[in-house]
Design a protein around this ligand. Structure first.
Ligand code: SF4
Length: 463
């Protein structure tokens, strides 16, 4: 199998990418300007093996990787375009910052409601939303193999400290998990933690792994795009063996290791090196699950999803989630309505055998939790039968909410939970409880901030 030396390209060195010759002048300029708002990153494997450059305008991977003008609404685009061509550097910077804030950098309470608190102190770089699962954002993994503009992680990539979440001290992770025996799953995320080499990954995890019996962790999940965007990482890369050995070591501690592979389109799974990377990862004892958002222009076809799930099962990957893109970044460009997403999911579901039906979706990862769109039901209301959208929690902030069907008025245009109205009454069943949970979290966070202020006052007094 041929090997690749990884080389990545971004706004600064895009001219060195050999395939740039395929871009029209207008397209090049569009990318140059929009990448100030939506940074991009591409590597030689993606460019050489996954993009059809002859038809780049309609190529799904090209449209995933590079920004285009439809990703901003008209007024934001016009403002950016004007300032890019006419304004001072400072004005342009302010405009870009203003656009970033308008793109909802932290959807669903990510920076406040999910914070992890220990002894009234906030642990930066950890997020704890659901009882059983903690998310860790290692500081060395705050970049990704791509910078998708729909991704809730995009604030990680734009270089503004305010928007970042990252964990510098791995011993905070161990301490936090020791104090939270309800946590069974640790999800290492980023960015993409698999941009780290084996040494960084080991540095980050070793204290936890060596003391794993002092926690209740049973599963370590690693969310990554590396499998489809640079599979050589697990095959011929000089660090590949060390990575696979470290996976084996994690598993030898009695842990389940699950690679949560982010795969958007069937083509990402078709190269021989992808299959080889899957085989090698599986040979360590790790499992691989696949997940992706459903995206207009990229994978909004039932055939694509059915094909992806079938290929995955053939390769020993477990189909897992179809997500609705979160309300952040270039969501408007990629979004499709909830009802459309449900139709595509259902149509794909009908095309595959039972073994592929581990896939769940479409799912919104929203403020109250992960909510699945189950479909349309006919229910009686005001003496007549009406269409209602059936929903359920896969994971709620309160586990008591899980798996209880509830209903919203059918709104063909709704793209997100906040655009839905309850079918019965004026509130969804969980809303009062959600307010209590939010109130409690805010109170704890306030206490934590006060204790930080007290500590800094104390330090100032003693200096
Ligand atoms: S984490 Fe996944 S969706 Fe987000 S930027 Fe990376 S590849 Fe894209």
């Amino acid at each position: 199998m041929s090997s690749y030396s990884y080389k990545s390209y971004n706004r600064n060195n895009i001219r060195e990418l050999p395939q740039v010759k395929y871009l029209s002048k207008e397209k090049y300029k569009e990318i140059e300007m929009l990448s100030l708002v939506f940074p991009f990153k591409i590597n030689n494997y993606l460019a050489d093996e996954l993009i059809n450059w002859e038809n780049y305008e309609t190529d799904p991977i090209f449209n995933l990787v590079f920004p285009n003008k439809n990703m901003l609404n008209n007024s934001l685009y016009d403002k950016l375009n004007y300032d890019f061509n006419n304004a001072s550097e400072q004005t342009l910077k302010n405009t870009i910052l203003d656009i970033w804030y308008k793109l909802n950098p932290h959807p669903a309470g990510q920076l406040d409601l999910n914070v992890a608190l220990l002894n009234k102190r906030q642990i930066h770089g950890l997020q704890h939303k659901y009882n059983e699962t903690v998310l860790a954002f290692p500081s060395a993994g705050q970049t990704c193999h791509a910078y998708c503009s729909f991704c809730f992680r995009w604030p990680q990539f734009i270089g503004v400290q305010d928007f970042k979440i990252n964990l510098r001290q791995s011993n905070s992770l161990l301490k936090y998990l020791q104090h939270h025996p309800e946590v069974t799953d640790l999800l290492i995320t980023g960015g993409d933690p698999m941009v780290m080499n084996s040494k960084s990954l080991e540095n980050y995890l070793s204290e936890l792994i060596e003391n794993i019996e002092t926690t209740n962790i049973q599963t370590i999940r690693i969310g990554t795009k590396s499998l489809s965007y640079f599979p050589y990482k697990y095959t011929t890369d000089k660090d590949a063996k060390a990575i696979l050995n470290y996976f084996e070591k994690i598993i030898s501690k009695g842990l389940n290791l699950s690679i949560m592979a982010h795969i958007n389109s069937p083509n990402e799974q078709k190269t021989p090196v992808f299959a080889e990377a899957v085989r090698l990862i599986r040979s360590t004892g790790a499992q691989i699950r696949s997940q992706a958002p459903i995206l207009k222009h990229i994978n909004d076809s039932a055939e694509d999803w059915a094909e992806m799930w079938r290929q995955q099962v053939n390769l020993n990957i477990i189909p897992y989630y179809m997500f609705i893109p979160r309300d952040t970044g270039a969501k408007e460009y990629f979004e499709i309505s909830l009802i459309e997403a449900w139709k595509i999911f259902s149509n794909a579901f009908r095309q595959v055998s039972g073994i592929c039906k581990t896939a769940r979706g479409p799912i919104m990862s929203a403020l109250p939790g992960k909510i699945q769109v189950l479909g349309v039901s006919q229910l009686e209301k005001d003496g007549e039968m009406k269409d209602a959208l059936a929903l359920r929690f896969i994971q709620g902030r309160n586990p008591e909410w899980n798996n209880i069907p509830f209903y919203a008025e059918l709104n063909e245009n709704a793209n997100w939970l906040t655009e839905l109205k309850p079918f019965y009454g004026d509130k969804f069943f969980y809303e009062d409880n959600l307010m209590q949970i939010i109130g409690k979290k805010k109170h704890l966070l306030k206490q934590a901030n006060e204790s930080i202020e007290e500590i800094s006052d104390h330090l100032e007094d003693t200096v």
